[in-house]
Design a protein around this ligand. Structure first.
Ligand SMILES: [Zn+2]
Ligand SMILES: [Zn+2]
Ligand SMILES: [Zn+2]
Ligand SMILES: [Zn+2]
Ligand SMILES: [Zn+2]
Ligand SMILES: [Zn+2]
Length: 371
């Protein structure tokens, strides 16, 4: 709020001619001298001289000059109880705009940092975080893995690898991938086969867990995986399949007739590919050593736990945080369950727990007639 005030300049030049009036001797309201001649009056007080009169005037709170000394004589500004001789002095008293440095007349403050003042809405906008995709300043935003987006951009197709919105490449199976991830995505079958074998060898070497199953590895797209699983919205990016033939009559397994297939989605970046491959291979280990320990939470939890150990070996720990946030609750819950089991002795306790589950569920009626 800025208001102009005007000093009532009753510069009354009173001519004292009468001797009788002399008896009413006046004293200067500033210096206290007795006034014998002409005097100036301001706010009903007499002043002996121009100097004393000016001394009585209010002072500019910036430059200290008496108001009324400027060009527009008698005019001054009063803002929030403070007096300014001119617009220039008033502006000098204002805080500087945090964006452009000009005096901030409007004084717009941001909600997060009240110490900062902005001169205009435009300058205030420059202080706001920007949407990573459209660059628009944001008053509210959505955060995804440390990146911020406006509501519209947040709804754009998400990259199948980094999960961030704005993935510009659409694959024939309807999935989207961003340009950065596409550069390193595993697309060729040969490369995928090599990586798969490396993951299997790494698990054997690092965790001492392996099976002699002859696993066929297949790189598939989302449509193919959907056909195989019969599920349209499928949260896993891979699948472990173990099929076995049984004699119709005896219902006993036929040696070497089992088929093991692991499917993994194409276009994963190597670190995601490793993660998924380790997860599916953990299902194979589960199947080989703890075949009676059933239950989805147990199976997915074990696979998530084993793959998390491998992620840590490969330096991809960040993927393990994602495991805890898996939208598919059974995965996150299962993983948490195994983290708890592993609290003291890690994998040793996990394998002991699995063995216990396996034994507890093992059918006790089976009697082998091998005498
Ligand atoms: Zn005086
Ligand atoms: Zn001034
Ligand atoms: Zn500004
Ligand atoms: Zn945006
Ligand atoms: Zn991406
Ligand atoms: Zn699984």
């Amino acid at each position: 709020m800025k208001k102009y005030f005007s000093i009532p300049l009753f510069l009354l030049l009173v001519f004292m001619s009468s001797a009788a009036l002399l008896a009413q001797a006046r004293t200067c309201a500033n210096c206290g001298k007795t006034i014998t001649k002409d005097f100036l009056e301001y706010n009903g007080q007499p002043y002996c001289s121009q100097k004393c009169f000016e001394a009585a005037l209010p002072k500019c709170s910036v430059c200290g000059k008496s108001v009324g000394e400027g060009t527009k004589q008698g005019e001054y500004l009063k803002v929030n109880g403070k007096i300014f001789c001119s617009d220039k002095c008033f502006e000098r008293s204002l805080p500087k705009c945090a964006a452009c440095g000009k005096p901030a007349k409007k004084q717009i403050r941001s909600a997060d940092d009240v110490s900062k003042v902005y001169c205009s809405q435009e300058c205030y906008q420059t202080s706001l975080p920007k949407c990573e995709l459209c660059q628009n300043p944001l008053n509210s935003w959505k955060e995804m893995s440390g990146h911020i987006y406006c509501n519209q951009c947040a709804d754009l197709p998400k990259c199948l690898d980094c999960r961030l919105p704005g993935a510009s490449i659409e694959l024939p199976d309807g999935r989207h991938i961003c340009q950065a991830c596409e550069k390193e995505a595993v697309i060729s079958r040969d490369q995928a086969q090599k990586l798969f074998e490396k993951v299997r060898a790494d698990i054997k070497q690092q965790l001492n867990l392996s099976t002699d199953h002859r696993i066929t590895f297949k790189l598939v797209d989302a449509r193919e995986l959907g056909r195989i699983t019969g599920v349209t919205v499928f949260s896993e990016q891979g699948l472990y399949s173990h099929k076995w033939k049984t004699y119709q009559t005896a219902k006993t397994k036929v040696p070497d007739s089992d088929t093991f297939v692991i499917y993994i989605l194409s276009h994963l970046t190597p670190k995601y590919f490793y993660n998924i491959a380790a997860h599916e291979l953990a299902h194979d280990i589960h199947d080989a050593y703890f075949p009676y320990a059933k239950g989805r939470e147990l199976e997915e939890g074990f696979a998530e736990y084993v793959s998390s150990l491998m992620n840590a070996c490969w330096g991809n720990d960040s993927l393990n945080l994602e495991k805890l946030q898996n939208q598919e609750k059974i995965y996150a819950q299962g993983y948490q369950r195994f983290l708890k089991i592993a609290e003291k002795n890690g994998l040793t306790d996990v394998l002991a727990y699995m063995e216990k589950q396996n034994k507890a569920s093992k059918p006790k009626t089976i009697k082998k007639k091998t005498k």
